[in-house]
Design a protein around this ligand. Structure first.
Ligand SMILES: CC(C)(COP(=O)(O)OP(=O)(O)OC[C@H]1O[C@@H](n2cnc3c(N)ncnc32)[C@H](O)[C@@H]1OP(=O)(O)O)[C@@H](O)C(=O)NCCC(=O)NCCS
Length: 172
C-alpha cells in the first residue's frame, strides 16, 4: 500500500512494524557490512512502488531489528524476511509476516474469502522457517524455484549463492 505508513502496522510487545523511512535506511546501513547496499536497494524498490519495505522497530530506542519486502505482484510475495540474531525467538518474524498480511487485506478491501493470497519462498535447507510459516497457515505447494543472488559477508567479501526454495502460499 504505497504512501500509507499506517497500513501494515502490527505490534509485537515492544516492537512495531511499519514501512521503512529514510532515517531507518541510515540506521540499517550503519549495521550492514561495507558494500552491501541491501537497505538502500530495498528502499529504492519501495520508492518505485515495487514493494513495501517493512521494518520491525524497537519502540524504546528506534532500532531496527528485522525487515522484509512485500512485493506488489499478484499474488504478492514476502521476500528477504530477516530478524537480527539477538532478537530472534520473540515474535518479531511473526509480527513482520502478520503486518504483510494486513497490507494484503488493505489492498483488496471487500474481497471475498479465499481471494487474498500471500506467497513465500523458503529454502529447502531452512525447515525452521518453513515450520514458522506453516504454523501461521501457509501451505506447501511443491513448486520449487532456484534463485541466484550475491551477498556481502561481515568482512565485506561478496559471495554468489544459488538457493533452492519451495513456494508456500496462504489464502484467506
Ligand atoms: C526466520 C526468522 C525471520 C524468524 O524470526 P523470529 O523473530 O525468530 O520468529 P518468531 O520469534 O516470530 O518465531 C520463532 C520461530 O522462527 C523460526 N526460527 C527461529 N530461529 C530461526 C532461524 N535461525 N532460522 C530459521 N527459522 C528460525 C522457528 O520456527 C521458531 O519457532 P521455534 O522457536 O518454535 O522453533 C529469523 O529466524 C531469521 O531471520 N532467520 C534467518 C533468515 C531466514 O531464515 N529467513 C527466512 C527466509 S524464508
Amino acid at each position: 500500500m504505497p504512501g500509507s505508513p499506517a497500513g501494515g502496522d502490527a505490534a509485537s510487545g515492544h516492537v512495531v512494524v511499519r514501512r521503512c523511512t529514510e532515517s531507518d535506511v541510515a540506521a540499517l546501513e550503519a549495521g550492514e557490512p561495507p558494500g552491501s547496499g541491501y537497505a538502500r536497494g530495498a528502499f529504492a524498490r519501495q520508492k518505485a512502488d515495487a514493494v513495501d519495505f517493512l521494518v520491525a522497530v524497537v519502540v524504546d530506542d528506534g532500532s531496527v531489528v528485522g525487515s522484509a519486502e512485500l512485493t506488489n505482484d499478484e499474488p504478492p510475495e514476502l521476500k528477504n524476511l530477516g530478524v537480527d540474531d539477538a532478537a530472534r525467538g520473540r515474535g518479531v518474524g511473526t509480527a513482520l509476516i502478520r503486518a504483510a498480511e494486513l497490507i494484503v487485506d488493505a489492498r483488496i478491501l471487500g474481497a471475498g474469502v479465499g481471494q487474498r493470497a500471500l506467497v513465500v519462498g523458503v529454502g529447502l535447507d531452512n525447515p525452521r522457517a518453513a515450520a514458522l510459516y506453516e504454523r501461521l497457515g501457509y501451505r506447501r505447494t511443491g513448486v520449487q524455484t532456484s534463485t541466484t543472488y550475491g551477498y556481502v559477508d561481515a568482512e565485506g567479501v561478496t559471495h554468489t549463492v544459488t538457493e533452492r526454495d519451495e513456494e508456500l502460499i496462504k489464502r484467506w
